[in-house]
Design a protein around this ligand. Structure first.
Ligand code: ADP
Ligand code: MG
Length: 683
């Protein structure tokens, strides 16, 4: 046995079966989980400020003895509990409203730590008072909870700060020294990193600031290092395998470009060169194509598909939803059938003999290009000769799905397209196994969308503006967060708005409705009517978020805009500003949080997807930004992709040296390999 620690957290001193259940809620199942359950913040209780010196405006932490507890029933339904503590220099009151249960936790004559902010108002009357202070009882000789830098953990119901702190302290004492140190010795030496046990201690109970800083540095490095090892190992695997060796098909490509009503932008030309070069190499292409909404990624996909089809292979184009698949299908069909290629759409809604025909066509190569959703990689579908897989809007596909589709052929080339702009350093980290191409230029003649933020009570004005534009022949989108009205959420539903527009604001205009729950046929009809201009205003949920392309629609109204994330808002706005007319995006919202306000402000001031992504990162932090594991990276517990850019570079460099410059590294560093394989399985 390598690690002399029990697996289940239940056996940690102070836990037992009951607390083990509670800890499960925090995702803590094993002793190791517990050791890696890090504080959300710390309180420096090594020295307390005397009460005499504390002032309002910032968080204070004081320690003192309770000398008085008072409870006042002001009137029915309002009671105030007041506990007065003193440290000899002055007195301070902790005040609680209607929280009788607190009373049981306070005892006269005992020592407590109170923290919080002083009330400004009472301070003006020379009283020191904290409403709802965070408090803890201090016992004699207590060395865990006071007299040091103390960890503050994220909690759940059923466990107190003190209890969790004690449990973690016990686990550290009994098991930290049994942890395996996976970081190679030479790296630890080179960067003067402490060993794993000391680092874990340093994150929970730092002896001082320095101890915390170098512990965090080591653990952050370790996380990034293993992430890079994994990504680079995957990439090396790709480089060393043989894929499809496409030949140059310049003539066909030229013919196609001549048929286009426009010329490629310089950025489009550049990324096409990059993609083409990859496709013509014997190793499989694994490339990520990034470009803001409307930057013209579809044409690039078409070029790559032509290259593979001209070489005699089949091409696949995969979209995240049926609506999008249909849209792309129509577009690609228009572009590619004039060149003689046979195309088909394959989505869940296509069944029976129609489906059988298509599946047979794929098998017998009567079809060259297949556009669809994830049905494209079902077991039963056999490609005759898969040469290229294009995946649109990657953020909705798991990495796993990507691999599945790739296995459908003999290492086909893969092009992943995304409109979610990701800062370059970050792209390297999470898509490190993909090469990166960026379209950083919009087609000419686009004027930026004018974005404004309005409140709920300006609907009348907003819609009279919309009316004006409809009179000019334009069309509009109205996006709502939900379809049906609900009691819990105070948001505008698509159904309500549609009714209001028809009966009140836009009487006489044709208002359509589109949402995910409509039957596929109906969805198709609605989209077609909107495209044809039969429908003037399309009310929808976020199904129009990606890919819809109707240049005549110049107004995007987003109801309860504060409920959407920045990336989503940017995507939605990208639906307009696609033609020659000035376009508008009107955000309607009365945000209740600071964050909501900030998002709407960002939208009104920025148009560039990359800048918005940067803001998004700042507001939300990378964890949230990238959602779950679907990007194929483990959650980072310590490292921050924003703060630790330098560390990331070092980690990448070291990982690179091991994977590419160390012969037989898998034998030399058995520990490493074991750990990477473990990670590889997890994500
Ligand atoms: P994306 O998929 O990147 O959001 P699309 O490929 O849908 O963008 O392109 C948006 C619109 O711009 C389409 O109507 C497309 O025909 C048009 N377009 C693409 N490239 C150019 C170009 N170089 N010049 C003019 N228009 C272009
Ligand atoms: Mg697109």
């Amino acid at each position: 046995m390598k690690e002399k620690m029990p697996s289940s957290v239940q056996f940690v001193r102070g836990v037992g079966p009951r607390y083990a259940e509670v800890l499960k809620k925090l995702n803590i199942n094993t002793v190791k989980d517990l050791l890696y359950y890090f504080p959300r913040t710390y309180q420096d209780r090594s020295q307390f400020t005397p009460i005499k010196y504390i002032r309002p405006g910032y968080e204070v932490t004081v320690q003192g003895e309770i000398i008085k507890i008072e409870e006042n029933k002001i009137r029915k339904g309002l009671s105030i509990l007041k506990a007065t503590i003193t440290d000899g220099s002055d007195v301070l009151n902790g005040v609680w409203f209607n929280q009788n249960y607190i009373k049981k936790q306070l005892k006269k004559g005992q020592t407590y730590i109170f923290s919080g902010k002083l009330n400004e108002k009472s301070f003006r009357f020379r009283k020191k008072e904290i409403s709802n202070p965070v408090f803890e009882k201090v016992d004699k000789g207590d060395s865990i909870h006071t007299g040091r830098i103390v960890p503050i953990y994220p909690l759940t119901s059923g466990v107190t700060q003190k209890r969790l702190r004690t449990i973690i302290y016990n686990a550290l004492n009994d098991y930290a020294h049994h942890l395996t140190d996976y970081l190679p010795g030479f790296i630890r030496k080179k960067y003067k990193f402490p060993d794993i046990s000391r680092s874990i201690w340093g994150l929970h109970f730092p002896e001082n600031r320095e101890h915390y800083i170098y512990s965090r540095r080591r653990l952050a490095f370790e996380e990034l290092f293993f992430l890079q090892l994994l990504v680079l190992k995957r990439k090396k695997g790709i480089i060393e395998s043989r894929g499809i060796n496409h030949k140059d098909e310049g003539e066909v490509i030229k013919k196609f470009l001549k048929l286009l009503p426009f010329r490629l932008t310089a950025a489009q030309k550049r990324v096409w060169r990059e993609i083409k070069a990859d496709m013509e190499k014997p190793t499989p292409m694994q490339r990520l194509l990034q470009g803001d909404v409307g930057s013209g990624k579809t044409i690039i996909a078409a070029l790559a598909l032509i290259e593979t089809m001209a070489n005699g292979y089949q091409g696949v184009f995969m979209a995240p939803t049926e609506i999008l698949a249909e849209q792309h299908y129509l577009k690609l069909k228009d572009l590619l059938e004039p060149l003689g290629y046979r195309t088909a759409l394959l989505v869940g809604g296509i069944t029976g003999s129609q489906r059988e025909n298509i599946e047979r066509g794929i098998e017998e190569k009567k079809i060259d290009l297949i556009v669809g959703t994830h049905t494209l990689f079902q077991e039963r579908i056999n490609y005759f000769s898969l040469g290229l897989v294009v995946i649109d809007e990657q953020h909705r596909f798991g990495v796993e799905q990507r691999f599945k589709l790739e296995k459908k052929g003999d290492n086909p080339d893969v092009l992943v397209m995304t409109a979610t702009p990701i800062p370059r350093t970050m792209a390297l980290t999470i898509y490190g196994d993909l090469d990166l191409s960026i379209i950083d230029e919009l087609p000419p003649g686009r004027s930026p969308v004018i974005t404004t933020w309005r409140t709920q009570n300006s609907r009348k004005r907003i819609y009279s503006f919309v009316k004006e534009k409809l009179e000019e022949g334009r069309q509009a989108y109205v996006v709502c967060p939900v379809i049906e009205p609900s009691e819990e959420l105070e948001v505008v539903s698509a159904l309500e708005i549609k009714e209001k527009l028809e009966d009140k604001y836009l009487k006489g205009y044709n208002v359509g409705l589109l949402h995910g729950k409509l039957p596929p046929e109906e969805k198709k009809q609605v989209m077609e009517d909107f495209r044809q201009g039969v429908i003037d205003v399309l009310v929808s949920t976020t199904v129009v978020e990606v890919g819809v392309d109707v240049p005549n629609a110049t107004i995007m109204i987003i109801e309860n805009a504060d409920r959407f994330g920045l990336a989503q808002l940017h995507q939605l706005r990208g639906r307009v500003g696609r033609g020659k007319y000035q376009s508008y995006c009107i955000l309607i919202g009365n945000p209740t949080t600071e964050e909501g306000k900030r998002r709407l402000k960002v939208m009104t001031s920025l148009n560039d997807g990359f800048e918005i992504a940067d803001e998004d990162l700042k507001i939300r932090g990378p964890g949230e930004f990238f959602g779950t594991r679907q990007h194929g990276i483990p959650d980072l517990k310590v490292a921050s992709l924003i703060k630790d850019k330098k560390l990331l570079q070092l980690a990448r460099q070291e990982a690179f040296n091991i994977i590419y410059s160390t012969r037989d590294w898998q034998d030399k560093y058995r520990n490493l390999k074991e750990r990477i394989d473990e990670l590889d399985l997890k994500i």
